[in-house]
Design a protein around this ligand. Structure first.
Ligand code: ADP
Length: 217
């Protein structure tokens, strides 16, 4: 379980000020935020109690560099799939294996979401699925993607509002490189279908990890 420190917008601003100007008195922080010292008191209490800010009597508040890991964990708890996912790359189930390979090259991805004629998710196809056909001697110009894909309902997906930690865990547990980000919709026949709104990949998680370490998130 990840312990999280979730900062409010104002608390994050206080941390920024302390990082840049610390040691700085509560009065001076309040001035910069155009607030009163009294308004800031609960925020400063939370920030010092959690160890993100240090307070020295008669000197002021300053940022505790070691608190980075607390903020890191906080960001992991706060961020959602929609904050990091990439654009979806889809292919029609009737497209040929050859076309899917071309799409992987032109879009620079290793996983494609497969959709039917109505645009709803029916499967996923990855480079190894396609390589299997190539080395098996199948005719890649004739074989449709729909025949080689992993199909619904066996597709592991995530919702835009899912926590990023949940998505990362799914990538690990199911040993896949990417998850379609989906939105559930009811089609005209009253059936529940999945609309592909994004692509959540191991690269998204790796980039987030680096951004957090560089304090860009
Ligand atoms: P690679 O083909 O490069 O090993 P993966 O490890 O992502 O890529 O895929 C392994 C297998 O799992 C493939 O057969 C693929 O069709 C399937 N797969 C990939 N992503 C998903 C997913 N989100 N849900 C279900 N199956 C998937």
């Amino acid at each position: 379980m990840v312990t999280t420190i979730e900062l409010s917008e104002r608390q994050a601003k206080i941390v920024e000020i302390a990082k840049e100007h610390g040691p700085i008195t509560g009065e001076q922080i309040a001035e910069k935020l155009h607030l009163t010292r009294a308004t800031l008191r609960p925020d400063l209490a939370i920030l010092t109690m959690s160890g993100i800010l240090e307070a020295r009597p008669r000197v002021g508040y300053y940022y505790n560099r070691q608190a980075k890991s607390l903020l890191f964990a906080g960001a992991v708890g706060r961020l959602k799939v929609k904050d990091v996912h990439s654009l979806p790359v889809v292919v029609r189930d009737g497209a040929s294996v050859y076309d899917a390979v071309v799409t992987m090259f032109t879009e620079d991805v290793g996983t494609l979401a497969v959709v039917d004629a109505t645009g709803y998710l029916v499967g996923v196809v990855t480079r190894k699925d396609l390589l299997k056909i190539a080395i098996g001697g199948g005719d890649t110009h004739i074989m449709p993607v729909g025949m080689v894909m992993t199909r619904m309902p066996n597709i592991i997906t995530v919702n835009p509002d899912d926590p990023i930690y949940k998505a990362a865990k799914r990538l690990i547990i199911h040993e896949v490189d990417a998850l379609p980000v989906i939105r559930s919709v009811t089609d005209p026949a009253g059936d529940e279908r999945l609309e592909v709104v994004g692509r959540l990949t191991k690269t998204n998680i790796t980039r987030l990890f680096v951004d957090l370490a560089d304090e860009r998130r």
